[in-house]
Design a protein around this ligand. Structure first.
Ligand code: 9Z3
Length: 345
C-alpha cells in the first residue's frame, strides 16, 4: 500500500557493528547538591505552571472519581540544542514506539496514563496511522467522488477508534510534550512531585531515551554558531554530563511509587550487568533491559532479588505482528500489584 520507493528501506535500522558503544564506566548518581545546582543554573520552561495545573487536575480527577492507578510513561528521545535560538541540535534514534505502544496496553488494563513524550514522536492510537511507513492516506479509498476507509482495514481501524474514544471519554490519557533535555528534566520533576499523592499506586515507566550529555545554559551561544567559530577547520563542542536524576526520583520526587527504568545496550554481553548495576545504584524496583537491535522482539526484566526474566516473541508471534508490549505490560502490572501489596501492610 505504501509508495514503492519507501517500501522496504528502513534507514533508521542500525548496523549492529557500528552502533553506540555504552561500555564506558557509569556516571555517579546525582546527589541533592547536583539537583540544586542543575535547577538553579537552568531556567524552567515558561509553560511549566500550566502543565503542573493540568496534571494536578488529572490526578485529582482519578483520585476522586475512578481510583485508577496512574502510570507515567516517558517516551521518545530528547534533543540537546547547540544554540539558544536553536538551529542545530543533537538528537537520538528513538521514535517513541515502546512508549506509545505500552501506554495503550496500560490503558487497556485499567490504568490512567500521563504520557510524557517527545513532541511529534509516536502517540498512543494515532501511531497506527502516522509516520511515513504507515501513511494514513493508504488506509483511504475513493468511491463515487467520496472518500472512504478501505474496507480491508475497516475492522482493525474500528477497534483502534473505539479504544481511542474510550480513553478520551474516560479522561484516562493526558499528553504532555517535551523536546529538549532541559524541558524533559523539569517536566519529569514537576509531574513526579504531583504524583507523590498517589504513593504506591503511581507507576513510573521510564522508556524515553534521554541524552547523557548536554550544553549547560551558561555555555550556550545565543545565536546560530557561525562557520567563523571553527578552529583549524574544526568545530569543537564541549558537552557536560546530564546528572543521573533517577536517584533523586527514587529517593525524593516520587518516594513510594513503583519505578521502572529501561537500560539500552548494543552488546548482549553487558546488558544484564549494566541493568543490575542500575538497580544497585538507584534501589528502584525493576530495570527492563533491551538491545537496540532486538528491542521489538525481546526484553529482560532484571529484578532486585537477582531474577532475570526474559520476555520474547516466538516466530509465530513475530509473523502475526504481536507487539512485545502486549506481553510486557501484564508482567509489569504483576510486579506493581506486589509493590502495592507490600506497601499496604
Ligand atoms: C529504552 O531502552 C527504550 O526501550 C527504547 C525504545 C528507547 C530502546 P523506540 O522509541 O525505542 O521504541 O524506538 N529506553 C531507555 C533508554 C535509555 O537511554 N536508558 C538509559 C541507559 O540505558 C537509562 S535511563 O543508560
Amino acid at each position: 500500500m505504501t509508495p514503492p520507493q519507501s517500501k522496504n528501506f528502513h534507514t533508521a535500522n542500525p548496523e549492529a557493528e557500528s552502533a553506540i558503544d555504552r561500555s564506558i564506566p557509569e556516571f555517579e548518581a546525582a546527589k541533592i547538591s547536583d539537583e540544586d545546582e542543575y535547577f538553579q543554573n537552568h531556567k524552567p520552561p515558561s509553560y511549566l505552571p500550566e502543565i503542573e495545573k493540568e496534571v494536578q487536575e488529572f490526578i485529582e480527577y482519578h483520585r476522586k472519581n475512578t481510583q485508577k492507578r496512574i502510570a507515567l510513561v516517558t517516551s521518545g528521545g530528547t534533543t540537546v540544542p547547540l544554540e539558544n535560538n536553536t538551529v542545530r541540535f543533537i538528537d537520538n534514534f528513538s521514535a517513541g514506539t515502546r512508549g506509545a505502544t505500552s501506554a495503550e496496553y496500560f490503558l487497556e488494563n485499567g490504568y490512567a496514563v500521563i504520557f510524557l513524550h517527545r513532541e511529534f514522536s509516536l502517540l498512543p492510537y494515532s501511531r497506527h496511522y502516522s509516520h511515513s511507513t504507515n501513511c494514513f492516506l493508504d488506509f483511504m479509498t475513493e468511491k463515487n467522488d467520496k472518500i472512504e476507509i478501505n474496507p480491508k482495514f475497516a475492522d482493525e481501524m474500528l477497534k483502534v477508534l473505539r479504544k481511542y474514544n474510550d480513553a478520551k471519554e474516560s479522561n484516562s490519557l493526558i499528553l504532555i510534550p517535551f523536546t529538549t533535555v532541559n524541558q524533559y528534566l523539569y517536566t519529569l520533576k514537576t509531574v513526579s512531585e504531583c504524583l507523590h499523592v498517589m504513593s504506591s499506586k503511581a507507576l513510573f515507566y521510564l522508556a524515553a531515551a534521554v541524552s547523557d550529555f548536554f550544553i549547560p545554559q551558561s555555555r550556550m551561544p545565543t545565536h546560530k554558531i557561525q562557520s567563523s567559530a571553527t578552529k583549524d577547520g574544526e568545530l569543537v563542542i564541549r558537552l557536560a554530563q546530564v546528572p543521573k536524576f533517577l536517584s533523586r526520583l527514587v529517593e525524593n520526587w516520587a518516594q513510594g511509587a513503583m519505578i521502572i527504568s529501561f537500560k539500552l545496550e548494543t552488546d548482549n554481553n553487558i546488558l544484564i550487568k549494566k541493568a543490575t548495576s542500575a538497580l544497585d545504584r538507584y534501589h528502584h524496583q525493576l530495570v527492563i533491559g533491551n538491545l537496540l537491535q532486538t528491542r521489538k522482539k525481546e526484553v529482560v526484566f532484571v529484578k532486585p532479588n537477582g531474577d532475570n526474566d526474559w520476555i520474547k516473541l516466538n516466530e509465530d508471534e513475530i509473523k502475526g505482528n504481536v507487539e512485545i508490549e502486549s506481553k510486557m505490560i501484564p508482567a509489569v502490572i504483576k510486579v506493581h500489584d506486589e509493590w502495592i501489596q507490600s506497601n499496604s501492610s
